[in-house]
Unconditional design. Structure first.
Length: 243
């Protein structure tokens, strides 16, 4: 059932045209960069109000993969989007832990919600060089699936790596940190509270160091980012003190 749904959604996503207005610039920049490392370093300073270097790095990875596999860039970028949506459905089922026929029957309901929810449509239709929102959703679901499994060292490392990778892609990836902390607090066996503490330190300390020291973003510019209402209130209060 999940395989059929994943295949249908992937095929639909594969036919979505690439958004030229949002995709052309990072693709061109990624293609002209001398190396992936140099591209990442430069991308830290591309904007005064956003920190999204992985947007360009992932575009470079797909360009290199297309050249290596000798396929068109359109096929590679749309194929990556389709594969991500298929993986989203399959990881969702993995997180459900379907073991009995009753579980199988009940799983049809959340699968239908996943495919038909109005917010899911926006996730699937988005077509940046790499589908940011789908990648964040996939990361959050993977963390949940890991948390519901047996405790493993590599599981915690993978959860933190997914969080860090996505935080350098788009700001809403802070949701992955929230999933890690919530899973640890409710006692899911796969993620310990030490992992949650490590993730919190990375988010707080890393945000401060990378955002203001490495990338040197302007404090006022952060007001326009979607970190949440509480974050905006804190930024406004800090700006008043600085004045």
């Amino acid at each position: 059932m999940a395989g059929c749904l994943a295949a249908a959604l992937a095929q639909s996503v594969f036919t979505v045209p690439i958004q030229v207005s949002d995709s052309l610039e990072p693709i061109v920049i990624a293609a002209r960069a001398p190396s992936t490392g140099e591209l990442f370093r430069q991308a830290l300073h591309f904007s005064d109000n956003t920190l999204r270097p992985m947007r360009y790095v992932e575009a470079r990875w797909l360009l290199d993969a297309a050249d290596w596999m000798k396929v068109s860039y359109t096929t590679m970028f749309r194929g990556a989007h389709a594969a991500m949506i298929a993986a989203l459905v399959l990881v969702f089922v993995w997180a459900l832990r379907v073991e009995t026929w009753l579980d199988f029957t009940a799983a049809a309901v959340p699968l239908t919600v996943l495919a038909g929810l109005h917010t899911t449509i926006g996730v699937m239709r988005e077509a940046y060089p790499v589908n940011h929102y789908a990648e964040v959703a996939l990361g959050a679901l993977t963390v949940l699936a890991l948390a519901r499994g047996r405790p493993r060292v590599w599981g915690g490392v993978l959860a933190i790596a997914l969080m860090a990778l996505n935080l350098l892609l788009i700001e809403s990836a802070v949701l992955i940190w929230l999933v890690i902390v919530t899973c640890a607090l409710v006692g899911l066996p796969g993620l310990s509270r030490r992992i949650a503490l490590a993730a919190t330190i990375i988010v707080v300390a890393g945000f401060d160091v990378i955002t203001f020291t490495v990338a040197k973003l302007m404090l006022a510019a952060l007001v326009g980012l979607y970190f949440g209402f509480g974050f905006l209130i804190a930024v406004y209060q800090l700006m008043r003190k600085l004045d």
